[in-house]
Design a protein. Structure first.
Length: 669
């Protein structure tokens, strides 16, 4: 009897151990995944979870195979949980789809007797809305079903036992404070985060395009205690359904955790979606053809209207003086198609000077990044374009190649080579998804130094960059650092009013004498490079706003460590123990040296390259009578001058009346 009890106890222990360990999982692609599948759901050979496969009026389910304990046995409250997944919806028509995907927590594995179409594979007409369902879901719905009071045909909703959402919102995300629409049926991958806080009883749902970090502000928030809804042991998974339009619903990756934050998906490891086919276009034509026979005249009229609209839509500026720049001039129409009409999903980011879109050139299929810079003033445009074209001839492996430009009214478009790994700042701060180790960082630092040395001293003319910072350093496929955005700051030197010109750059990287005199020089570039060295090594911004009026200035912060003889402690915690002490110290000290408030005390790029290559050793900082005063940024003195000139994101340039700026290309040496 005793023995038997013991056995039961051991078994019980074993079960609880298994279930409580089984509370976190991650699938960066589903290649080796063991999921429960039903309906028309399948796993593709390259690891995509394909919930529906281009069939009408069908449903598909995929569930994690083991039950998950959602409740505390003692007091019956639901634990916190969080999940994130990446989905994509591909439809036969670009503007129509059906029906959607639901992340679902259900007491049963699969959802038997549920219906496709507007029922999303969740419920049927008899059990919809019944509290005995015990189902929680987050629906990504692409059809307006008025019977469930849907708000539109592109929304996200929180469903509790009912397809009539408890709360819903049009699909989109907050880029800081700006709301950006997202098209669920664009075919592009979108990431979703669903989080439940068991203490606050709050459900948060957040969306973002795949190349974005998780936005701070959720799209949807609902305060609701899930304890009466969820059972002790539940299954998690996805449900999807199609209606009368052939649609495929894909999940690319999925991460889940009870009592904690689910692991971040590794975007680069997710499987590729099938290429968007030309079928989508040809279907439009097959629909269009009967229309022609019905009303040829109407179509001709439409075509003329369309032609006029299109002409206006693709209009661009072209003046005589531009004839010489032929190969560097791009057609607006080509850029428009390359970037899918500058669609939200192609947006790579928006910095101080404008928004950057990814594109694929129609004929050559070259991947490009297109920067749209709004620019009202025509003044100086001729010179500026001359400089741009001149810059287009720059060639160095640590510079982002500038392929050309296009002009429209009030707007300039610059076309660069596409850099697949994005900008460096994304790997440094703002809770980076991926951080870089020391040898990667050191390689980037050396690369940027060599690129800047080329601009300053090796090319036929002197090029002052004017806006060196981590967000202007892009990483190519081999993680080489490449300087981008050169010369753009120059554009803003030509103000609308000839009496005033602007100091342009980014707060935190601007040398004190630059803000004072308005003159950008090689040594003001070196100053910014110093700030860059510190931010890469410390993983912090040059100026971090702690509270509204309080900021930590990175160079002061590093200087304090140096004074205490512990400069190494300023390094980024994310570096761990895998770094070379001498190199980290070298870079930090060099960063301080470049930040010297006296321009003549700063090293030149040629020396910087030698220090970094360890050909020449760095002078002893203590001999240079460095004082905190001699080091700090000029902002202490200038803060009052521009109280509101920068938003919380430090990327925005600010302007300040000042004397005339010198030319970007100062010619000769
Ligand atoms: C979808 O899947 C079903 C069942 O696996 C299969 O019979 C059908 O041919 C597939 N349809 C398409 C369009 O791939
Ligand atoms: C469950 O709740 C009880 C009482 O509030 C608490 O003591 C216990 O730690 C909880 N168990 C877990 C696994 O959180
Ligand atoms: C149940 O236990 C958790 C701790 O595990 C606690 O946070 C929660 O407030 C408790 N709920 C009730 C109703 O006692
Ligand atoms: C879920 O819990 C409810 C009430 O506690 C119970 O009636 C129902 O049978 C449970 N469902 C399953 C599938 O265990
Ligand atoms: C609806 O689903 C419930 C739950 O699975 C099932 O009991 C019921 O029979 C279904 N009703 C119809 C009409 O299919
Ligand atoms: C909800 O479902 C239960 C069990 O299937 C059934 O007995 C009950 O009548 C349903 N309630 C409503 C309001 O339909
Ligand atoms: C977002 O979409 C809504 C409705 O579809 C529209 O009214 C709004 O203007 C759009 N906003 C932007 C910024 O495109």
């Amino acid at each position: 009897m005793k023995m038997y009890l013991k056995l039961v106890a051991v078994l019980f222990l074993l079960i609880t151990v298994v279930t409580s360990e089984d509370i976190s999982f991650i699938y960066n692609g589903f290649k080796s995944a063991q999921l429960y599948l039903d309906g028309i759901a399948e796993l593709t050979s390259n690891g995509l979870l394909k919930l529906t496969n281009d069939t009408k009026q069908q449903k598909g389910h995929a569930f994690y195979q083991n039950p998950i304990v959602f409740k505390n046995n003692t007091n019956g409250t639901v634990f916190s949980f969080s999940t994130s997944f990446v989905f994509a919806i591909r439809s036969e028509y670009p503007t129509l789809s059906g029906h959607g995907i639901v992340f679902v927590v259900s007491p049963t594995i699969g959802l038997p007797n549920s219906l496709p179409s507007q029922y999303l594979g969740l419920f049927n007409e008899t059990n919809n809305g019944n509290s005995s369902n015990h189902v929680f879901g987050v629906e990504i719905d692409t059809i307006l079903s008025s019977e469930f009071y849907d708000i539109n045909d592109n929304h996200v909703g929180i469903d509790i036992n009912d397809l009539k959402s408890e709360k819903s919102a049009p699909a989109g995300y907050y880029d800081i404070a700006d709301f950006k629409n997202l098209s669920l049926i664009s075919g592009n991958p979108i990431q979703v985060w669903v989080e439940y806080d068991g203490i606050k009883k709050q459900i948060d749902v957040t969306l973002a395009p795949i190349n974005f970090n998780k936005p701070e502000k959720p799209l949807l928030s609902l305060t609701k205690d899930l304890s009466p809804i969820l059972n002790n042991s539940m299954y998690v998974g996805f449900s999807s359904s199609t209606g009368s339009v052939l649609t495929s619903h894909y999940v690319l990756g999925w991460s889940f955790k009870v009592n904690g934050k689910s692991q971040e998906l590794v975007i680069s490891e997710l499987p590729n979606l099938p290429r968007l086919s030309d079928k989508q276009v040809s279907k439009v034509i097959t629909i269009g053809l009967p229309l022609i026979s019905i009303s040829f005249v109407l179509l001709v009229t439409l075509a003329i209207v369309h032609f006029i609209k299109r002409k206006k839509k693709f209009s661009e500026l072209l003046e005589d003086w531009e004839q010489d720049y032929g190969p560097h001039r791009f057609k607006y129409k080509d850029l428009y198609f390359a970037t899918k009409g500058f669609g939200e999903n192609e947006l790579l980011g928006s910095g101080g000077f404008g928004r950057v879109y990814k594109g694929v050139m129609p004929i050559s299929k070259i991947e490009v990044a297109v920067k749209r810079v709004s620019h009202e003033s025509r003044q100086g445009m001729k010179e500026f374009v001359a400089e741009i074209v001149s810059i287009g001839r720059l060639c160095h492996r640590n510079l982002v190649p500038l392929l050309g430009y296009c002009r429209r009214r009030g707007e300039l478009l610059l076309v660069y080579d596409y850099m697949p790994n994005g900008s460096l700042d994304k790997y440094l701060y703002n809770k980076p998804r991926v951080t870089l180790n020391w040898s990667q960082r050191f390689k980037i630092i050396k690369g940027v130094a060599s690129g800047l040395f080329y601009l300053h001293e090796e090319w036929e003319q002197v090029v002052i960059h004017r806006d060196i910072k981590a967000s202007n350093v892009l990483l190519d496929s081999e993680l080489n650092g490449r300087l981008g955005d050169f010369g753009l700051a120059r554009l803003y030197d030509h103000g609308n009013d000839p009496q005033t010109t602007h100091v342009v750059g980014t707060l935190g990287y601007l040398a004190p004498e630059h803000t004072r005199t308005g003159k950008a020089t090689k040594s003001s570039d070196v100053f910014a490079f110093g700030a860059f060295l510190l931010e890469v090594t410390c993983g912090r911004r040059p100026i971090e706003l702690v509270r509204e009026s309080e900021s930590v200035i990175l160079v002061d912060w590093v200087f304090d460590f140096w004074k205490k003889g512990k400069i190494i402690e300023a390094k980024d915690q994310n570096l761990g123990n895998d770094y070379i002490l001498e190199e980290v110290e070298l870079v930090l000290e060099l960063g301080l040296l470049c930040s010297h408030s006296e321009p003549l005390a700063r090293p030149r790029m040629r020396q910087i390259v030698q220090y970094l290559e360890k050909e020449v050793s760095l002078p002893d900082l203590s001999l240079l009578t460095l004082s905190s005063n001699g080091l700090t940024f000029g902002h202490h003195e200038n803060f009052q001058d521009f109280p509101m000139s920068y938003p919380s994101s430090m990327d925005t340039p600010f302007s300040h009346n000042s004397s005339v700026c010198e030319s970007l290309l100062s010619g000769g040496r």
